[in-house]
Design a protein around this ligand. Structure first.
Ligand SMILES: Cc1cc2nc3c(=O)[nH]c(=O)nc-3n(C[C@H](O)[C@H](O)[C@H](O)COP(=O)(O)OP(=O)(O)OC[C@H]3O[C@@H](n4cnc5c(N)ncnc54)[C@H](O)[C@@H]3O)c2cc1C
Length: 854
């Protein structure tokens, strides 16, 4: 210990004003280039993969191409798009790289096996049947030797095959290959398809603003500038680096510099020398290279973690935030779909349930989901509050504190319900509902009324979308009490048994990070540990930390979503064309309109809401049906005028999650019915809004030219398409909301955490993310998770009773509304004492009675 202190002193004498210098590599880490993954597929596997890619996206010559080119007037770009195949664009190599290094799925082996099998004639015959045979010698062919027309037929037959594994196989290749083809970029950040499909790439308005002001330099900054000093271009550092730049710590720098930066913010740090490099994830086998001390460590900087961190730091506690994802300064956001998905989404945006039934999207960057989400900001619906407080005995949700929390988080995020101009998809949804007399509401958003962008799903370039980076994490940094460590993955919670206690107590977190290709381990010692890794990652983290509660990872809800689309021709010369010619499907506030026509909120509380997504070309092409190469290209030429509307179910059914790459979820039959009802309404909405052609994402790819058919044919189409099964991998289900996998409850048999957010098993270990939701929510969850986290932060403050910062908190009155519900705070305090003594109160009601008895 003495040695450590000595070291600490020695390091401490290196007084260097570092500030933002330390963070430099993090800022430039947001450069636009898509990571190039090493493709280690064998040449035989590549032969099959290339053939599959070219089957999906072949060179198309002839009448289809000419018709599309003539229709759209971009003759050159369209004909070159039609003529380009996936292999001409280098897509197979990129897909191979992603597959080898990025895709994490329990059935990944199946694809690899298939690629190998298809490189043999016998394997091709087994998988493709007689369709793969040639009439002439040698009769049997490898997949790559089969003609394009036949290969298309074979792939299409897989999409609706009797064999589940073939349907699954089709789903995976159909998702990843189009995603790469339409989102990959060359050295100029361009994609050869974009001009033809009417897509500009990154938001042109944001790029213009960026060049008019200044770009983030790629060279290392060498001095810390004063916040008030402008640089030579007149740009302030906050403008360049975003509001968090003073609080970000780059662990890739030498230990001494990292330690000094942390000490400057007031964290005691010791540097350990010796064997602290590990190739394993087993903390016990290695020494940490840094030990950081703080009041609270928060794992995950997303919607939940950001709030706890901000509230505690502002109250005077010393808070360290560990974030697995990287930080992207506003000015360094690429707004390119491929690189952004790769760098800011969990699993590179390519996660799915283990049967490929649901495509799962979640954020993984500083700010988590709040950085890349679609800004819908709903307070917890009243019927859900009623259910959670009455049926689940969770009085927290009916408390004054929770109401205050909802108001506080909405105020912090500037939630408002106006918009200056409505984007393409939302205008379609609103008009369709109005025509049909369906209820349609304006969605409250955490962005300004004039925020009309459409690229916020890759981060908000001007910071007007108020994710946690612009709000709670900013509070953390501004308070001078917090540090954010991006690129650091928490490995396990440290906990120990203390004398006289029957529960173990959390004492911090071990985390790993990669320093120039070498994995290192560090430790944060803390009085309070808050886990907010999101509903997909928190269960694995708790289990890795030795927690045994049987509910961990269970009751996972996904808010399954299914979509319908409608094509609205541009007709640039027609004054009556609607939506107006200049409007594009990928632009505008992502969510401004919603219908509750099948939400069932007044009855069972379980139904579906109807909203609109943000779909840029990669995701759009990954979701729309593929029936042939030429048809896919035709559909993509209509991309910019194809509106999407979806139904989102409040799912009663649930699944289990062991890790983000191991999600088991089978949709409940009731939920499927609710989605089918929603899908029926969405098809009607699109037609009523004036779509020329409508369809769903079912593998058959059927569509209807609404203008060319009568009432009966229309009705038949809508009923048939919306009645198709959604659970058999022939439809397409997505999820952007995950919750419930460590649910809150009033006893440890049915839940993982109590009402204060503290785990039943380990004292001082809290969970503050969507995993604590008792059931599915039914609306977009950001405000609810923030409100719960806000309440949890009040509990955390009490869990650090000996902190010297308590005096600070007692003397400094924070400007943010402080929790007024003394009663509830007292309840939770006693709750904890009771638990520590083994007198476990199973509900706050019981506890309230016991307090009243005193
Ligand atoms: C595309 C998309 C659009 C959405 N749109 C909306 C919307 O409009 N409105 C709305 O209300 N909700 C929306 N959501 C959902 C909302 O963003 C999430 O529900 C919410 O952010 C979840 O909060 P969380 O705190 O549970 O987790 P997250 O916000 O996901 O944060 C978890 C963080 O923990 C980090 N992490 C995980 N494991 C570790 C580890 N071991 N160590 C360190 N860090 C770790 C992750 O990298 C991540 O950054 C959307 C989500 C997506 C994906």
């Amino acid at each position: 210990m003495e040695e450590v202190n000595k070291e600490q002193q020695e390091e401490g004498s290196m007084v260097i004003d570092l500030g933002s210098i330390d963070t430099q590599r993090l800022f430039v880490g947001g450069e636009n280039k898509q990571s190039l993954y090493v493709n280690s597929l064998s040449s035989r596997e590549m032969e099959s993969l290339t053939a599959i890619c070219d089957t999906l996206f072949p060179s198309v010559y002839g009448s289809n191409m000419m018709a599309a080119a003539a229709d759209d007037g971009y003759t050159n770009s369209i004909s070159s798009f039609y003529r380009s195949s996936a292999s001409m664009a280098g897509t197979p190599q990129r897909v191979g790289g992603l597959f080898c290094e990025r895709v994490q799925h329990p059935k990944k082996w199946l694809i690899r096996l298939t690629l190998y099998v298809l490189s043999t004639w016998i394997g091709t015959f087994v998988l493709c049947g007689f369709a793969s045979m040639s009439p002439s010698f040698p009769f049997f062919l490898r997949f790559s030797q089969i003609s394009q027309r036949k290969r298309e037929r074979i792939l299409l037959s897989w999409s609706t095959s009797f064999f589940y594994l073939l349907r699954m196989l089709f789903k995976s290749i159909k998702l990843v290959i189009p995603l790469v083809f339409f989102s990959q970029v060359d050295e100029k950040n361009e994609n050869l398809t974009w001009k033809a499909i009417g897509y500009p790439g990154p938001d042109p308005a944001a790029l213009k603003r960026q060049t008019q002001t200044c770009r983030l330099p790629n060279t290392m900054y060498t001095s810390l500038k004063n916040d008030d000093d402008d640089d030579e271009h007149g740009c302030k550092e906050e403008h360049l680096f975003g509001p968090l730049y003073r609080g970000l710590i780059n662990l890739n720098l030498p230990r001494g510099r990292v330690a000094d930066s942390l000490r400057q913010i007031g964290f005691p740090v010791s540097i350990r020398r010796g064997n602290n490099i590990s190739s394993s994830r087993d903390f016990s086998s290695s020494n940490p290279s840094l030990v950081i001390k703080c009041d609270a460590v928060v794992v995950g900087s997303g919607s939940g973690g950001g709030v706890v961190a901000g509230v505690l730091a502002k109250a005077g506690y010393k808070v360290v935030v560990l974030e697995k994802g990287n930080y992207f300064a506003r000015n360094n956001l690429s707004l390119l779909e491929g690189p952004s998905m790769d760098q800011m989404y969990l699993g590179g945006g390519m996660l799915a349930t283990d049967d490929m039934g649901v495509i799962v999207l979640a954020g993984s960057t500083v700010g988590g989901g709040s950085t890349i989400n679609w800004s819908a900001s709903f307070k917890t619906p009243q019927h859900v509050i009623k259910e959670w407080s009455e049926s689940y005995d969770l009085e927290l949700f009916d408390s004054k504190l929770y109401k205050e929390a909802l108001d506080a988080v909405c105020e912090k995020m500037g939630v408002q319900s106006d918009f200056v101009e409505e984007g393409f998809n939302n205008a379609v949804l609103r008009r369709g509902c109005e025509e049909l007399g369906y209820p349609v509401n304006t969605i409250p958003r955490n962005s300004a009324p004039d925020h009309y962008c459409g690229w916020c799903c890759f981060g908000c370039k001007d910071g007007t979308k108020k994710g946690t980076c612009e709000t709670w994490l900013k509070d953390l940094v501004d308070s001078g009490n917090g540090a954010i460590l991006p690129g650091c993955e928490a490995i396990k919670v440290l906990h120990e048994r203390k004398k006289g206690k029957d529960r173990r107590a959390a004492s911090g977190v071990a985390f790993g990070f990669e320093n120039n290709g070498v994995k290192e381990l560090c430790v944060v010692e803390s009085k309070v540990t808050v886990v907010a890794c999101g509903a997909l990652s928190t269960p694995a983290f708790l289990k890795a930390s030795g927690l045994k509660n049987a509910n961990i990872g269970k009751h996972l809800h996904l808010h399954p979503v299914t979509m319908a689309w409608g094509y609205f021709p541009e007709a640039p010369h027609s004054a009556t064309a609607w939506p107006e010619g200049q409007k594009k499907s990928y632009e505008g506030g992502i969510m401004t309109a919603m219908s509750t026509v099948v939400s069932n909120a007044n009855k069972s509380g379980y139904g579906a809401v109807i909203q609109t997504p943000a779909l840029h070309p990669g995701m759009f092409s990954g979701l729309i049906p593929w029936v042939s190469g030429a048809d896919m290209k035709r559909r993509m030429c209509r991309f910019s005028r194809t509106a999407h509307v979806f139904a989102l179910a409040r799912d009663r059914g649930s699944g289990t999650v062991s890790s983000p790459s191991s999600i088991n979820y089978r949709m409940d039959a009731e939920d499927e019915k609710n989605l089918q009802k929603g899908l029926e309404k969405t098809l009607r909405i699109l037609a009523a809004a004036g779509a020329e052609e409508i369809g769903t994402h079912h593998s058959t790819g059927k569509s209807l030219n609404v203008k060319a058919v009568g009432y009966r044919e229309f009705e038949r189409f809508v009923k048939e398409e919306s009645a198709r099964p959604l659970r058999d991998l022939t439809g397409q289900i997505c999820s952007a909301h995950q919750m419930g996998s460590c649910r809150m409850g009033v006893n440890p048999k049915e839940s993982v955490v109590n009402q204060t957010g503290e785990t039943w098993e380990v004292e001082g270990l809290f969970v503050a993310d969507t995993s604590v939701f008792p059931t599915a929510l039914g609306v977009n969850p950001m405000v609810t998770v923030q409100a719960i986290a806000y309440c949890t932060a009040q509990s955390d403050k009490q869990a650090t009773p000996n902190s010297r910062q308590n005096t600070f908190y007692a003397h400094v009155s924070p400007p943010m509304p402080r929790p007024k519900s003394r009663f509830l705070r007292e309840l939770s305090r006693r709750f904890r004492i009771a638990n520590n003594k083994g007198r476990c109160h199973h509900s706050l009601k019981g506890l309230k009675n016991s307090i009243l008895d005193h």
